[in-house]
Design a protein around this ligand. Structure first.
Ligand code: GRF
Length: 209
């Protein structure tokens, strides 16, 4: 069974969705860069090993990533799942796990990379917004896209109401994609991803469909 490591910084609702989906993979460890991350408590209750690598204890991004790599190495993960992990990873970290780091981003990439995606989507007047699961590359929020879910932007939406709608879809697509990867159904071809087997033609979904 493939082993995954889940990296968090806060609430951990995507972590919960992945754990609750009871996937055919082993969650080897949950690592947080913040000792007070709520998701750590959830993981502990589930008897999943947890680690904290507090970024505040490191003077540089490189030093933090080195410590993170050393921690992860002990668990020998086949896949690293970023679930609300709010640190930018260095190239050195990413190249230590080639094609083995995935992230969920709350927008339909390549639109709205970075932060405050929901408010920016409202301000831009887009009618569709959503979330994207992608492989992580050194360029922030630019890696090959594995799956996307679209949600409507409804008149009168606040950033919070839109975020809640997107989050529902995050919880739907992220566990599914983690399973696909563990099954070997996602392969990178340059800057795009081919889906095969059960994942074929399932890289998109729509709100409440
Ligand atoms: C999610 O919206 C995710 O897309 C973004 O950070 C948020 C994390 O939420 N990267 P949670 O910690 O999984 O609840």
């Amino acid at each position: 069974m493939k082993k995954i490591a889940i990296l968090i910084s806060g609430r951990g609702s995507n972590l919960e969705a992945i754990v609750s989906a009871k996937l055919a993979c082993e969650i080897a460890v949950v690592v947080s860069n913040r000792p007070d991350a709520l998701g750590l408590k959830f993981a502990e209750k589930q008897n999943i090993p947890t680690e904290v690598v507090d970024h505040k204890n490191f003077s540089s991004r490189e030093a933090f990533d080195k410590a993170l790599l050393e921690t992860l190495k002990r668990y020998e993960p086949d896949l690293i799942v970023l679930a609300g992990f709010m640190r930018i990873l260095t190239e050195k970290f990413i190249s230590a796990y080639p094609s083995k780091v995935v992230n969920i981003h709350p927008s339909l990439l390549p639109a709205f990379t970075g932060l405050d995606t929901h408010q920016r989507a409202i301000d831009a007047g887009v009618r569709l917004h959503g979330c994207t699961v992608h492989f992580v590359t050194p360029e922030l929020d630019h890696g090959p896209i594995i799956a996307q879910a679209a949600v409507p932007v409804i008149q009168g939406d606040s950033a919070d109401s839109l975020a809640a709608r997107v989050l529902e879809e995050e919880h739907h697509i992220y566990p599914m994609v983690v399973q696909w990867i563990c099954n070997g159904e996602c392969s990178i071809n340059g800057s795009t991803v081919s889906l095969t087997g059960a994942a074929k033609d399932r890289g998109f979904s729509f709100y409440k469909c």
